[in-house]
Design a protein around this ligand. Sequence first.
Ligand code: PEP
Ligand code: MN
Length: 367
Amino acid sequence: MPTSSCLDIDEQWSGKAPFNIYGPCSAESPEQLFKTAEGLHDRFGRVIFRAGIWKPRTRPGSFEGVGEEGLVWLREVRDRFGFQVMTEVANARHVELCLKSGIDMVWIGARTAVNPFYVHEISEALRGTDMPVFLKNPIHGEISLWIGGLERLNGAGIRKLGAIHRGFYVWKSHPYRNAPMWELPIELKQNFDKLPIICDISHIAGARHLLPMLAQKAIDLDFNGLMVETHFRPDEALSDASQQLTPDDLWAMISGLTRRTTSFEENDGLNRLRRKIDALDDLALETISKRMKIVQEIGKFKNENNITILQVGRLREMIQRNVKNGTALGLSEKFVDEMLRIVHSESIRQQNEIMNRPEDPEGPDSR
Ligand code: PEP
Ligand code: MN
């Protein structure tokens, strides 16, 4: 999997942290936007304010957004509260309108991210601009498609680029609306360490009560920020009512998170402990390597004396002895048992190589 490419991300942009993206699923009315923004402003001071104005709904007949006039309201939110404002774009026309009305950032939604033609069209519409763009993961868990979208945007010169993890559609992903499949954003992070990745806990959860646990998980996995849908009256929201929080509840949730540092340099004590672990790991590997050398000698002995590789009685005795000693040292029985079985299977593999090595016509030194 998946890539050998690298993304050219603006260093200053990627060093900026964290991205706190809050605001309603959809812009519904000026009143709804301003009341929500006011609540966020009172609690947080500054946020990146999100609101969808073109809503890509799964089924027709649901609220499909207020369209273009929402851009005027968003601009007013920016002017009144000093927020950066952000909305979703799904085609070149949306991009043009956002550029014209001075929207600060855009995101590309999960239903658009699945289609390379749309992502290409949006990338071309953005070419030559300095617009920050976040690409949500495609609805299904195909990480190459997500990476391909980021490459398309980057190829059009977008260097203020980010990804948003919003979970993946899976049939019956209970309890989530979209299964988090954390290994995918982790894989993305490992491939592109400068790429900011935001966690959209609202669309993963689909329900309010799951949000605090997901927010903590995202913090623990070192995401570069959270996107959380926020509405001054969540139960009356025209879209995604069950997953939105009031600004006050959002504040309580964010205040309750435990933040842990990840940086070596920031924490001397952690650094010292990690050096000790490294030294002990070196010792453990040296010891295992010495053990394997003896295993090889035993292999030669068994070969010369026609003894079978596997001696079940000896294996049982060796595991029992070590489990007893290991548990006395505070290790769990399961751990010692599993670790020794892995070591033992490597011993068997090595002995098998010695004992069943095919005759080498060019002599023992030719391998
Ligand atoms: C949204 O952010 O409101 C939205 C529609 O999200 P997604 O594209 O992740 O479904
Ligand atoms: Mn939504």
